[in-house]
Design a protein around this ligand. Sequence first.
Ligand SMILES: Nc1nc2c(c(=O)[nH]1)N[C@H]1C(S)=C(S)[C@@H](COP(=O)(O)OP(=O)(O)OC[C@H]3O[C@@H](n4cnc5c(N)ncnc54)[C@H](O)[C@@H]3O)O[C@H]1N2
Ligand code: MOO
Length: 400
Amino acid sequence: MFMHFDASMQIIDDQQINHYKTKKLYLMECLGYVLAEDIIADHNSPAFPTSAMDGYAFKHEDITLGRLKIASINPAGSELKEEVFGGTCIKTFTGSLMPIGADTLIPIENVEVDGDEIVIKEEVPYGFAVREVGENYAQGQKLIPQGTKIDFPQIGVMASLNVVSPLVYDKPVVSIISTGSELLELGQTQTNDAQIRSSNNYILEAITAKYGGRALQMGCIKDDKQSITDAVAAALEKSDIVVTTGGVSVGDFDFVKDVIAELGAEVLFKGVRVKPGQHIMVARKEDKFIVGLPGFAYSSTVTALLYVLPLIAKLQRGKCALRKIKAVLDEPFKKRAGKAEFTTCNLKLIDGKYHIDFKDKKVGSSAILTNMLGDVALLFTPEEEGSKEKGDEVTVLVLD
Ligand SMILES: Nc1nc2c(c(=O)[nH]1)N[C@H]1C(S)=C(S)[C@@H](COP(=O)(O)OP(=O)(O)OC[C@H]3O[C@@H](n4cnc5c(N)ncnc54)[C@H](O)[C@@H]3O)O[C@H]1N2
Ligand code: MOO
């Protein structure tokens, strides 16, 4: 009855968004947002031949003269009207426009000044130290396609194009609700031994912020149907993705699935052959998603990475942040289930090759969150594959 992991991923991939939310944002607030427009150069850079060094602009054909008369001086930012004629040069600085008539720049290190002349000590080839028109970018060139996550290089290139407020996708608002009557919030006083400290809603808030969403922390709520219904309904009003943790398995108090139906959302899938996280549920109402993650801390973390991150990306027409790489196993790996499995491992780069091992990683229930500490990655073994030998090449999900 549970579906193949690949089929669940395909369903996520196939979701079409009807209306994307976009806004114009001041350039320096755009870091981490996804561009909703193509950035096209409206001019050549540089727009005119420009000097790349401090030196003397001249006609290369005059190099054989060995001496040139300094006719003028051309500081950066000046609009020089004088031309370079045969047998003369113009002192020209880094960033200055090349004077008309000059095709080459000889650096100051290559000449000696003798009165109002330069003596060429070391020759340069034709066109030396001249930045050609469009060297950086050409007018009409698409420099940054929409769908790009804005990082520092994009900010710099947009600044050079005077793009003051690019159009970006709104970061999806992700509401986070942890269900469980045993849960204690940060700082809350423990009153009985059965209570445990909630970590899920906090780790999910951090994952959301790190991977391009805006988290709305709704805290922990009791395991009763009405409380969960009210909380999910309120969250759905305010957000694009509602993530719950706990209450998805088959126990008497596992209500989340019923709640979804009551809210008029369509369940896209419930139950996947994946370890951890087999009870994962994803539902949709219009352009909003509800993701029911298992309560166990490791399960909810892994399933958030697998299912919530692509939804955050999808709502911004972007690419999912997690990368898959190939790595070498430095010790045997025992596959535990006939499902797709995601196992914490230590990731190292040795002589240009990725290697993984399981040193200090505990084998046990899906409650072991501390396995996520360290230089950690997730070993992915598909349902069809079994245990692995030392030296085998495997697929690893990187959490950078
Ligand atoms: N009879 C069966 N029992 C279970 C099955 C099953 O198929 N048949 N599946 C197991 C698997 S696998 C998982 S995963 C869990 C999922 O259960 P729930 O999603 O209903 O989660 P809970 O029962 O509420 O909690 C499980 C576990 O995690 C702790 N927890 C809950 N919330 C938090 C939180 N916010 N922060 C930290 N830890 C949390 C909770 O105390 C429990 O220990 O079901 C298995 N059972
Ligand atoms: O599905 Mo559970 O998350 O395997 O432990």
